[in-house]
Design a protein around this ligand. Sequence first.
Ligand SMILES: Cc1cc2nc3c(=O)[nH]c(=O)nc-3n(C[C@H](O)[C@H](O)[C@H](O)COP(=O)(O)OP(=O)(O)OC[C@H]3O[C@@H](n4cnc5c(N)ncnc54)[C@H](O)[C@@H]3O)c2cc1C
Length: 408
Amino acid sequence: MVAVPKTIAIVGANLAGGRAAQALRANGYEGGIRLIGAEAHPPYERPMLSKEVLLRHCEPERSFLMSEAGWEELGVDLHLGSPVTSLRAADAELELASGVRLSADKVLLATGGRVRKLEVPGAHLDGVAYLRTIEDSLRIREQLRPGAGVVVIGGGFIGAEVAASARLAGCEVTLLENGPTPLARILGIEIGAALTRVHREEGVTVLTETSVASIEGSSKVTHVITTTGQRIDAALVVVGIGIVPAVELAEQAGLAVDNGVVVDEYCRTSNPAIFAAGDVTNHPNQVLGERVRLEQWQNAQNQGAAAARAMIGKQEPFREVPWFWSDQYDLSVQMAGLPGGCDNIVYRGDLDSRSFSAFFLRDGVLRAAVAVNRPRDVKRTTPHIAAGAKVDAAQLRDESSDLRAVAA
Ligand SMILES: Cc1cc2nc3c(=O)[nH]c(=O)nc-3n(C[C@H](O)[C@H](O)[C@H](O)COP(=O)(O)OP(=O)(O)OC[C@H]3O[C@@H](n4cnc5c(N)ncnc54)[C@H](O)[C@@H]3O)c2cc1C
């Protein structure tokens, strides 16, 4: 029987932390909740920062989980704009940069990740931007003017979405990818190439096997010099080369850390009073049978809620098929499961079109599904991934067969 804590402190007031606080109340928890965030905003959802906000389809406030008044109504004690700088594990005492000290019976670490910084000459220049926060998105948006030279460094999802949004805003966009094709690291070379073709059709210059050697400008960026010697005009450089998990407090508290805060299926760290959720965790994925650290919206919100339940004794193993989406131009990309380590990829539809799916198998078992403008294909095959089912490759390929009935 787990004793219900009198007070819970949640460090990191964004998606995982915010959803955890809401889940505590939704599950009847009546104790104190302190939700502490380094950012000045109440918890919000980042996905629209590279899409709707950059495209000026909405303002960032639309991304808030709730207003500050809503948090107050929920009885959540918000401490915003000041990071926790010290966590004493022995008595779960926290100190904020502002000097405020707080104590709690249990702590949830939902500290997410920070952008990985570029280290080349000129990386400090004005006009070199990263995209993680609301302020980052607004700063980038300000520069997205028709005809402006924009160089995006890194062909992952953030880079691809920024390239698409900048292009839609009329900018002259160059995307640098140091691998064989953007998006290949997660989706594989064929799908990466198919999506790259779309970026080129939309007018983005995509340079592969190319990185940045240096950035030029006196105070503000004017050019990017590539590792292949090209000199590209740039008023704005957006760097999207990944994030690093924010594990400093976990390390300080002596928790097990290995590419993120190590937790079990109940979101418990190596200290029984401290839990963790979201992008910062290295957790066992019960469906795929391996440890993962995900940078995905669904995982952050659902693991946050699972951690909350576990902290008040309503624990059940966190077991989910990872799910992710990305929007670029008129493409809606969805992915369930994880494609890594598969030995067979079965395609359905034409990769040269803007509508196809791909299924990733390991020893005949469906491990992941990726679909471009075919969300139903992902929805219909997710149960097979959840069940660890062997599937019939010929049926997966055959457009006329029902994907709900492809289990071998
Ligand atoms: C631009 C962008 C677009 C995205 N688009 C998609 C998408 O289309 N689909 C998808 O599935 N996922 C997407 N993601 C990923 C998704 O947003 C993340 O998985 C999610 O935000 C993770 O939530 P989190 O709460 O775990 O971490 P974070 O969002 O990183 O939040 C952690 C919070 O903790 C705070 N913090 C850190 N250290 C401290 C401290 N010591 N004290 C107090 N506070 C601290 C941070 O300031 C931050 O506010 C996108 C991410 C970005 C940046």
